[in-house]
Ligand binder design. Structure first.
Ligand code: HEC
Length: 152
């Protein structure tokens, strides 16, 4: 019995050391990959921002835009680069989410000058639950982009 187990154990040890080696390689590669992934998310958010938000908030998010130049908005779009500063250096991630999504009123006044993007994205994607998830992904990417343009 013991004699028959011996080769199996040897093989297992070989597999374990191979797995360890692979993990070491993976762990070494991870930091670079993580940064690349982060940049990918921010870049995707930037694309969405330019497509849907820049018309009012401006390309850099500072609030000077086509719409303000033409005087088409009753309320001036918020300078989105100051959100962190306004909240004692803490970027209000989930508050921004609720504002974009439409579940949080932007300010006290009745009608929103700021469109409700939660519905727009879900509708654009198709309207099913999986589509809603894709819409959420787009919203999150935008917020990561906005977070990346915060002025200190
Ligand atoms: C039609 C113009 C318009 C578009 C398009 C638009 N916004 Fe806005 N947004 C506004 C205005 C105007 C305000 C200020 C609203 C207020 O004070 O009532 C605002 C406010 C905001 C705020 C609130 C900031 C605060 O004061 O806390 C956030 C966040 C925001 N917008 C993000 C976005 C994002 C992200 C997009 C794109 C998905 C977008 N907006 C598209 C007009 C727009």
């Amino acid at each position: 019995m013991k004699a028959r187990l011996q080769p199996v154990l040897g093989e297992m040890r070989y597999v374990v050391s191979l797995l360890t080696l692979m993990m070491v390689i993976l762990l070494r590669v991870t930091p670079g990959t993580a940064v690349a992934q982060q940049e990918e998310v921010v870049a995707a958010g930037k694309r969405e921002f330019h497509g849907h938000c820049a018309v009012c908030h401006g390309l850099g998010g500072k609030g000077e835009s086509v719409m303000t130049t033409l005087n088409l908005l009753t309320v001036k779009p918020t300078d989105l680069t100051q959100l962190g500063k306004r909240h004692k250096g803490q970027f209000p991630f989930w508050q921004v989410y609720r504002i974009i999504d439409g579940r949080e009123e932007v300010k006290g006044h009745g009608s929103r000058d700021m469109p409700i993007w939660g519905d727009v994205f879900t509708e654009q994607e198709g309207g099913t639950l999986a589509d809603e998830t894709r819409g959420i992904g787009r919203t999150l990417a935008i917020i990561h982009y906005i977070q990346s343009i915060q002025e200190k």
